[in-house]
Write a protein that binds this ligand. Structure first.
Ligand code: GDP
Ligand code: MG
Length: 152
């Protein structure tokens, strides 16, 4: 089943000039970028996006981190892509992330783990709607769709 995931390169990824390299991993895998924009998240949007963590001790630091510079917010589409992207992203704590994952290859600290990706269809729908208007999300066909999927 085709799914859409909300994937965000956090301020440390943008400032470290890793955005292109990380997005390239998804493109190389065969996933399709439907939307992308650079923006500085307001504290209000940060608190909404990370609402599930509002009672956690790291919440204040998390909001400060995620609003500390521009993020690259994207919508990515592909077959079962929500779990696929989470696998590519790796564990929340980069010390525990496998080599070959994004966090395992580019990050060291949980509080600077460079990327967010939706963890379920429910959160993907919620997060995409928080960051994007429908008109900012583009659907198009890939010319090599048959090379990526047996049954496109
Ligand atoms: P994710 O889905 O893998 O991003 O992880 P979570 O949903 O559990 O946490 C959201 C984000 O909060 C993480 O990506 C980290 O940026 C941050 N975070 C989680 N746990 C901690 C922590 O113990 N300390 C700090 N400083 N940040 C944390
Ligand atoms: Mg999460």
């Amino acid at each position: 089943m085709k799914q859409r995931s909300f994937v965000m390169l956090k301020p440390d990824a943008v400032k470290r000039r890793l955005a292109g390299e990380v997005l390239g991993r998804f493109e190389n895998r065969g996933l399709k970028i439907l939307a992308a924009k650079l923006l500085v998240i307001t504290p209000e949007l940060a608190k909404e996006h990370y609402g599930e963590h509002s009672e956690r001790p790291f919440f204040k630091d998390l909001v400060e981190y995620i609003t500390s510079g521009p993020v690259l917010a994207t919508v990515i589409e592909g077959e079962e892509c929500i779990s696929l992207i989470r696998k590519m992203v790796g564990a929340t704590n980069p010390q525990e992330a496998d080599l070959g994952t994004i966090r395992g290859d580019y990050a060291i600290d949980t509080g600077r783990n460079i990327i967010h990706a939706s963890d379920s269809e429910t959160s993907a729908a919620r997060e995409i709607a928080l960051f994007f208007e429908d008109s900012e999300i583009y659907d198009y066909s890939m010319p090599d769709e048959e090379m990526i999927y047996e049954e496109p």
